[in-house]
Design a protein around this ligand. Structure first.
Ligand code: SF4
Ligand code: SF4
Length: 518
């Protein structure tokens, strides 16, 4: 949830409140057809036009793009996305055979024509604008930090699979980012199952419960190919939880190098070492556009129409696409999107609220009716292990994304946070800012202090619903939360009582060089 820390992504307008969501045809979702041609296409090409002929590839009538995928591998800037069709216009939109490649980010196209050259079906055409228009367009794209023309499917449509995929045990795994809140729980649960674990993290973790001869700890990060290679060598499964998460102290180029280049490195090492299973930790922020409420959103939610401005969301979208498009007969990949995660070692969710409260800057926004989904870190880790068991080349889990949530019914974010603040003895101010007033103040705050945490995005994010359904994970991964909400509350509170870093004003115990990277 970037609302606490984030630079606002694009928001609808500068009025006092956002415009109400407009219903769009087709159940509110548009389908990216793969062709950018419209009835009003001008004679002079001003934008790169990439067309995929679906009579030759995909949709169950041409070549199966999952078996080919040459364009996906040939395209260096990763313009294409492999996904199932989502359109209500299809005869059977849930038919799992209907896969296609879509030129998701035409604004990134360099015009190299490599995809055209490698396509055995001659299904792709790329038309680039003449130099004058192209230069202007690229300048605009660079200024806007990238944009796409249509909302694109972020994951894939729910398909007909009704039973969990058969599980295949594994005896060893690498956990990249194993000292973070989620990575630590994956390590702990894997060791409890008798699985050999090798951890790669920038931080050392002095925890006697992890002193186990089957647990090997390496210092390093995913930008270092040799370190990733050492961590993954000989392992059956790789859990990729490492990321640069939002922190004002983190330079923007770190997000690119960790979240995008780092994941490229991990994928390259997996291919090089012949590793067949990669479980990637994504985030709900890849589908949040900061404009519309999300109510029981599922995996067919589209990515935002425009790439977000904030570097965290933008690079996590790119990373998720990289991982999903890397799914192949040699390397099976899937992505899990834990909803608002909390638990011990949480530096960015509850930890931030505690920090705000310590500074006397905590204040409720809205009317208290907006609802949010949460997941306890041990439950999210459990879902990762279940996904790894069911992920192998050819399994129905390969190439899919899954939301993961608790059994706890969605509730108001401030009520949730205050349930921890009160027992920790934090004074909670009585007042609250109504939504409209908060939005207007956020407009002013953004003008006076660009980059402030109190911005329109944070106001919208805390005052409208953001709830998600994990029905697909329950159905296909056989996911059930390990820890019930009461026990999760008790364990989290016990941790914060013991490690209430906020009491001495110390936000986290990591060295400065590690800040923002888990
Ligand atoms: S022309 Fe080059 S950059 Fe553009 S989509 Fe094809 S391979 Fe990618
Ligand atoms: S290279 Fe051609 S046939 Fe192969 S997946 Fe891409 S569009 Fe389809």
């Amino acid at each position: 949830m970037l609302w606490m820390w984030g630079v606002p992504p694009r928001l609808p307008h500068w009025g006092l409140v956002p415009r109400p969501p407009r219903p769009s045809p087709g159940g509110g979702r548009k389908v990216l057809t793969g062709s950018l041609r419209t009835a009003h296409t001008p004679t002079v090409i001003r934008r790169t036009r990439i067309t995929v002929d679906y009579t030759r590839c995909g949709d169950g009538v041409g070549v199966d793009p999952r078996a080919c995928g040459l364009c996906l591998r040939a395209c260096e800037p990763a313009v294409f996305l492999l996904h199932q069709t989502l359109g209500a216009h299809e005869d059977d939109p849930l038919d799992p055979r209907k896969w296609r490649v879509t030129p998701l980010w035409p604004s990134l196209c360099t015009g190299c024509q490599e995809c055209v050259r490698v396509c055995p079906q001659g299904a792709i055409t790329v038309k680039v604008p003449r130099a004058r228009h192209r230069t202007r367009r690229l300048q605009t794209a660079a200024a806007k930090r990238g944009a796409c023309s249509d909302p694109a499917p972020s994951g894939s449509a729910p398909h007909k699979q009704s039973a969990p995929a058969p599980a295949r045990d594994f005896r060893s795994c690498a956990v990249l980012g194993g000292a973070g809140m989620l990575g630590y729980e994956i390590v702990r649960q894997a060791l409890a199952r008798g699985i050999k674990v090798r951890v790669l993290d920038m931080a050392a973790l002095e925890d006697p419960t992890l002193e186990d001869p089957r647990c090997e700890w390496l210092r390093g990060d995913i930008r270092d190919t040799d370190a990733v290679r050492r961590a993954c060598e000989g392992m059956e499964v790789v859990f990729q939880t490492a990321a640069a998460v939002w922190d004002p102290a983190t330079p923007s180029d770190v997000y690119e190098s960790v979240n995008v280049d780092g994941n490229r490195t991990v994928l390259a090492v997996c291919r090089e070492l012949g590793i067949q299973r990669l479980v990637y930790t994504s985030t709900i922020d890849v589908v949040v556009d900061g404009r519309r409420p999300i109510q029981q959103g599922d995996e067919s939610l589209p990515y935002p129409r425009r790439l977000p401005r904030d570097p965290y969301s933008r690079t996590k979208i790119q990373a998720e696409q990289l991982v999903l498009t890397a799914n192949s007969p040699e390397l099976a990949t899937c992505a899990l999107r834990p909803v608002g995660m909390y638990g011990p070692r949480d530096r960015y969710h509850l930890g931030n609220v505690l920090e705000l409260a310590r500074q006397g800057r905590y204040l409720r926004l809205g009317d208290g009716k907006a609802r949010f989904s949460h997941v306890y870190s041990e439950n999210a880790a459990h879902a990762h292990l279940l996904a790894a068991e069911r992920l192998y080349p050819g399994s129905p889990v390969a190439g899919q994304v899954y939301f993961v949530a608790d059994d706890l019914p969605p509730g108001n974010l401030f009520d949730f946070m205050e349930s921890y603040l009160r027992p920790l003895g934090v004074r909670i101010p009585r007042g609250r800012l109504p939504y409209r007033l908060a939005y207007a103040l956020a407009c002013v705050a953004e003008l006076l202090a660009p980059g402030t945490k109190f911005n329109r995005f944070s106001v919208v994010q805390t005052c409208i619903d953001h709830t998600y359904s994990d029905a697909r994970a329950r159905r296909e991964l056989d996911y059930r939360p390990l820890v019930d909400p009461e026990e999760a509350f008790r364990r989290t509170l016990a941790y914060w009582h013991e490690h209430s870093l906020w009491h001495n004003g110390q936000r986290n115990a990591r060295p400065d060089s590690d800040r923002g990277i888990t």
